[in-house]
Design a protein. Sequence first.
Length: 494
Amino acid sequence: MSGTFVGMPSFPEAAHAAVGNKTLRGNLRHATHTIRAKRAKAVAELSDWAQLREAGRQIKDHTLRHLDRYLMQLEEAVTAAGGTVHWAADADEANRIVTGLVKATGESEVVKVKSMATQEIGLNEALEAEGIRAYETDLAELIVQLGKDRPSHILVPAIHRNRGEIRDIFRSEMGEWGRPAPDGLTDTPAELAEAARLHLREKFLRAKVGISGANFMVAETGTLVVVESEGNGRMCLTLPETLISVVGIEKIVPTWRDLEVLLQTLPRSSTAERMNPYTSMWTGTTDAETADGPRAFHLVLLDNGRTDTLSDQVGRQALRCIRCSACLNVCPVYERAGGHAYGSVYPGPIGAILSPQLRGTESEIDASLPYASSLCGACYEVCPVAIDIPEVLVHLRERVVEGGTVTRAGNKVVLKPAKGHAAERAAMRAARWAFGHPGALRSGQRLASRSRRFLPRTLPGPGRAWSASRELPAMPAEPFRDWWQRTHGGQEAR
């Protein structure tokens, strides 16, 4: 697996291959429709959902405006509780810190939970290079790891797999990673879950080092929070003697009262539950050998492009994201293309605006992600922290086409316009000139109306792909301005 999916083709090319896979599309359609229907029902139970959504937006925006202060407060609280805080500017530094901490324990294997940030930086590969084996313990992450696959969804990384495929993966791969699948394993959910439980139980009881992410960090107490549905998180967070948490700096909230709001909106938007079955919180370390919790706790605060994103007044709202995945489940593009086409650990609409900001738009895949949307706005409507994803998509499209000044590694750099958009830039500049010269615009409209019989039904050249699936608007017999003058001329003066 690769955390960054280096070498992926552009989104249109990757999506073209995905939409031809009928099994994949069937799996995605069934899963996304089921999840979003349940979510709609769970959200409808709350009469104050709109107020909670606005409160979540304001909490996250306030925190991002004062991120430096709250991060320093968090470090002080974690340190006072017996933990150690490490700051990682990028993926390489985070991987060096984590591999060094694991090697210092003398252990050669770790168990993991909430792995999205570690997938972003490619931690598993970095650990493997140092002779350390990492075991994913979320059921879907386990399926992905055993299948030598990549995650395709934020909440359900193995959403592209059906039960028969999972059964075959367990049968063929479990033995290579530990306890093999039971003989005669079928594709019934109960048997698959039991096979995973037996396979993972020996790892939980043996592991001395756990690696986690976190859904939230509370600045006032230094508390980290993980919400999950399987109980594997509780095992990873309490049994190992050493716990290392790799968390993006944007996951912080100032107070427990702020956390209260987000713990109401996250489960309903993600799993359509009133609350998560397991909500684990830990602060620092424990000294007693019989007590639950780690004796050594390390928090690795990950930047990796987040500070650069924060400098963008439009794009920074992507950092509000609480990883509920609601936007994926309503997106018509994601439903048909799946998560792998996005070439990132963050797929779907949120990935289309987050990945190009964290990684830049220089690569082919990242330059194409802002276009991986129909701009229908469904993602904005379901976002529990009101991220205006369509607005950011248009903003990033402008960056790709026009280039301009952006922040990279804390420095201002000037991006060149991306290749392949010369016709788009020329068309926009021509439109700008025409709208700035009313006489020329009027003449062009009259010419188009009078020659409407000769206009093509499809566009030539690069526009052919657009008009192949759409009808061009019919040209009216006369421009609106001429019609208005003819039917209402002079009325304003009277």
